[in-house]
Every structure is written in C-alpha cells, then in structure tokens.
Ligand binder design. Structure first.
Ligand code: SAM
Length: 283
C-alpha cells in the first residue's frame, strides 16, 4: 500500500506540471510557482520549454526527457530525487503522461517511495470533450491510433461496440484517412473535430462523419476527434426481434457493406455467418 500525504510528507518530490496547449494565459499560478521552486525541470524539447520559461521569468535549469532517452533520464531523475532535489516534469504542451512521456518516471519514483504530485491544468482531450456536445458522463480516451492502416482498422474494430464517447488525438496529415477508416468501421455517427484549441484559429466542427467527409477535404493544425459511442448495443434487443432479413437491411441502411452487415447480424444474434447468409439468399 502506497499512501502519500502530499502536503504532510517532506520528501523529495516529482511534480507533473501541465503547460498550456497553445495559449500562455492558460498557465496556472501554481504551475509557475512549482517550476520556479524546483531544482530542475525535465522537458521533451528544451527549445519549446525555454520559450515558456522566458515568458514566465522562470530561471530553473532545464534538462531533457523524451521517449528516446526515457530510461537513461529516468535513472538521472531518480538519482537527483535521492540527493534530495525536487524535480518538475513537463511535456511540450498539456499534461505530461497523457500521450506524452512521463509514465515511466512517475511509476519509478512512486516505487522508490518519493512523492509524485500532479498539478491540474490544460489538456486537449478534456477541453475538446466538454465542448463537443456529445455525452461526457462516460468516455473512453484512446489517444493516437496506429499510423499503420491495417493496425488502425483493427484498433477501430475493437472499439465498435463501445458505448462511451471516444476521444482520439490525430495528426493533420493523417486525419482524413482516419476519418475514412472511422466511416468504414462505425458507419455514420456524430462527431466533433476540435482544432487548434485555445489558439487564434480554434474551431469546433460538430456534425456527423458523412457530412464531414462530404464537406471537408483538409484539416490543419492540432486536432482532437470526439466520436459518439455505439448505440447499437441498446438497440440489439429491438433488432433481434426483427426477422434476420430486416435486421440485415437495418445495417445496410446504416451504410455497412453486405459483408459487414452479415457479420454484425451474426454477432448480434450469436449465430453463424453462414446461417445469416442462408436466410438472406432464401428471400
Ligand atoms: N499531453 C497533451 C495533452 O495533455 O493534451 C497531448 C500531447 S499529444 C503528443 C499531442 C496531440 O494532442 C496533438 O497531436 C493533438 O491531437 C492534441 N492537441 C494538443 N494540443 C492541441 C490543441 N491546441 N488543439 C487540439 N488538439 C491538440
């Protein structure tokens, strides 16, 4: 059992400090204070974090910590904590550890018995979610999908029945391809594209996948995708009360291919695809 009294224990501490996702006004007073008081700040890219430090007149020495030197720098951070130093970890933007390096050192520092304190602050996923207009009582954060098409499709297929609103990060050069893949796997669903959050060209596109693909050819900048969860599961009971043929047609009307529709019907009814096929061709 690891019990940490963040404001009672006087132990060397690893602070996980959020930084703005575009707008420096989103830096918190507490983040600035903790960065000033720390002995070292570890960051992904010293050139990026340097700009932030200059802006807030923070003079703490900067060291780097990124996915390519994570293990070595982790050892260094633990060594510094053992010497009694307080360390802050930041990423290029937003919360460290969220689709960014940090987990490894946070876990190691906890295992070594140091305090690990996270400060609340800017995060692209939650900022997008709460303004998306999609349900947010339950949600699923996926972060980045694979850059490899086949793997990405597999990942999306594994999310097909998820009822929670889903959150994805995506790079601008892959976004249109990913949206096409989402259409292929999920059919038409409500979606919100949150782009360039907190920056001058911030934009929310609240629509459905089909309308988006019909009207938008390119999306630039930093992007969060908020996607409606599956309603199908709620409807399975109703669908299973239809004939197999009607059930199959329901999916065709929701823009699934014949093959996909057959697969879905078989899955919903817990019967084989060949039983579905026999029933359909007998019509
Ligand atoms: N740690 C960050 C956080 O807490 O949100 C996320 C870092 S991840 C490496 C970078 C991705 O986050 C971008 O590719 C984009 O999908 C999303 N992102 C970051 N800043 C954003 C912004 N201002 N607007 C929209 N999406 C953003």
């Amino acid at each position: 059992m690891n019990v940490q009294k963040s404001f009672g224990d006087v132990k060397p501490t690893l602070y996980l400090v959020p930084t703005p996702i575009g707008n420096f006004d989103d830096m918190t007073y507490r983040s600035v204070e903790i960065l000033k008081q720390s002995d070292y700040i570890f960051c992904e890219d010293t050139r990026i974090t340097k700009v932030l430090l200059v802006h807030f007149n923070i003079k703490t020495p900067l060291r780097n910590y990124h996915i390519f030197n994570e293990k070595i720098q982790c050892e260094e951070i633990i060594k510094l904590l053992k010497e009694g130093k307080n360390i802050s970890l930041v990423s290029d933007a937003g919360l460290p550890c969220i689709s960014d390096p940090g987990y490894y050192v946070a876990k190691w520092a906890i295992d070594e018995g140091f305090s690990v304190i996270s400060l609340p602050g800017a995060n692209a996923a939650l900022t997008a979610l709460i303004a998306s207009g999609l349900p947010n009582d339950k949600f699923y954060f996926n972060g980045f999908l694979s850059s490899k098409k086949q793997q990405r499709l597999k990942q999306l297929e594994s999310l097909q029945d998820k009822m929670e609103t889903m959150i994805f990060y995506e790079a601008p050069h892959r976004i249109m391809e990913t949206l096409q893949d989402m259409k292929k796997v999920f059919g038409n669903r409500h979606i919100c594209i949150a782009r360039e959050l907190t920056k001058k060209y911030e934009e929310y596109i609240r629509t459905d996948i089909d309308t988006l693909l019909e009207n938008v050819q390119e999306l630039k900048g930093e992007i969060v995708i908020i996607l409606e969860g599956s309603k199908i599961t709620n409807e399975i009971e109703h669908l299973n009360n239809l004939s197999i043929f009607e059930h199959y047609n329901y999916y065709l009307n929701h823009k699934l291919s014949e093959k996909e529709a057959m697969k879905k019907v078989a899955k919903d009814r817990n019967i084989s695809k060949s039983d579905v096929y026999k029933e359909i061709i007998s019509r």
